[in-house]
Design a protein around this ligand. Structure first.
Ligand code: UDP
Length: 317
């Protein structure tokens, strides 16, 4: 395949930095744009010195004007803790970011892949979630800045495609975990592993009966690239691992795998916390010939190794 000139917004973030690594391995020229609000320079340090790599500190809610073949729009804080810290900025990042990236793709003729989310399904009444389901989202709750921001990003992508023939694509990412997550990211996998390794209480919100489906990051990146390379398919397409676990089951697995003496404590369930989540990946299987390969325990063991090293470095940022 001919090398592409690629923009990755949010490329210093957890998923964006893994994606950048794969793009560089494939020989593409990669520009990472990130405002480092939740992304970390440590995630991309290893690429410095690679002549095909460039980092520009920039906020996607402002226009970015250069020519690219491919644009991956991944800029947005994704952990509920992070996106609720400055909810107005979260909506601006999703909405204006998508607007600016659609405009850029239109001007330079690039293919644009928008990172959307399972959050567009809200607290779903259809289970597992299939792409044709419109979702059950509270427009005025604490999660709305992220959910509605991503929904409008999807709207913009589809309208730029219909109205201006821009080659846009949408993926809906389900809970993803792996190395390069922040120690204090706030999401359930990182919280439980870090708490277990430090012998602290494991904080289960609510009764822990709510479910999530966890995808290891390398599986997700394979799906993202398959989607970008696929001609004639705009999505939206679910990318996630259909293995479904309760939060309490996850806590038990993490305690067992780390050999931790931590105790489980119950804290109040955050408002609008979805009670179930699991992707139907039939569309990804048929259109992209993609499905995850890494089961939860295998992915967790890589992630536990990573957090052990992070905690030894004392990098609690
Ligand atoms: N959760 C939990 N304890 C934690 C962090 C999260 O019980 O320390 C729960 C949370 O209430 C939710 C699930 O784990 O039901 C997944 O939360 P996360 O923040 O990882 O992402 P979400 O899927 O809600 O966006």
């Amino acid at each position: 395949m001919k090398e592409k000139s690629v923009l990755v917004t949010g490329g210093a973030g957890f998923i964006g930095s893994h994606l950048t690594e794969e793009l560089l391995k494939l020989g593409h020229l990669v520009t990472v744009v990130d405002n480092l609000s939740s992304g970390r320079i440590e995630n991309i340090e290893e690429f410095e010195g690679n002549p095909n790599f460039r980092f520009v500190k920039h906020d996607v809610s402002e226009p970015f004007c250069e020519d690219f073949d491919w644009i991956f729009n991944f800029a947005c804080p994704a952990s509920p803790d992070a996106y609720q810290t400055d909810p107005i900025q979260t909506t601006k990042t999703s909405m204006l970011g998508a607007f600016n990236m659609c405009g850029l793709a239109k001007r330079c003729g690039a293919r644009l892949l928008q990172a959307s989310t399972s959050e567009v399904y809200g607290d779903p009444k259809v289970h597992p979630q299939v792409e044709t389901y419109w979702g059950n989202v509270n427009p005025v709750g604490v999660r709305s800045c992220y959910d509605e921001g991503k929904r409008v990003a999807e709207t913009l992508c589809n309208d730029y495609r219909r109205q201006n023939n821009v080659d846009t694509k949408i993926i809906r990412i389900f809970n993803t975990y792996g190395p390069k997550m922040r120690v204090n990211d706030g999401r359930v996998v990182s919280n439980f592993i870090v708490q277990a390794l430090q012998g602290k209480d494991i904080t289960v919100y609510g009764e822990g009966t709510q479910t999530r489906s966890f995808c290891f990051v390398s599986d997700l990146v394979r799906g993202i690239l398959a989607m970008m390379e696929k001609d004639g398919f705009a999505g939206p397409v679910n990318l996630g691992n259909p293995g479904e676990f309760t939060v309490k089951e996850l806590a038990d697995i993490v305690i067992e795998m780390t050999g931790s003496k931590s105790k489980i404590i119950k804290l109040p369930l955050p408002s609008d916390d979805p009670m179930v989540r699991r992707p139907d990946i039939t569309l990804a299987k048929t259109q992209l010939l993609w499905e995850p390969r890494i089961p939860l325990r295998e992915g967790l063991s890589f992630t536990i190794d990573y957090f052990e090293k992070e905690l030894t470095k004392g990098k609690i940022i």
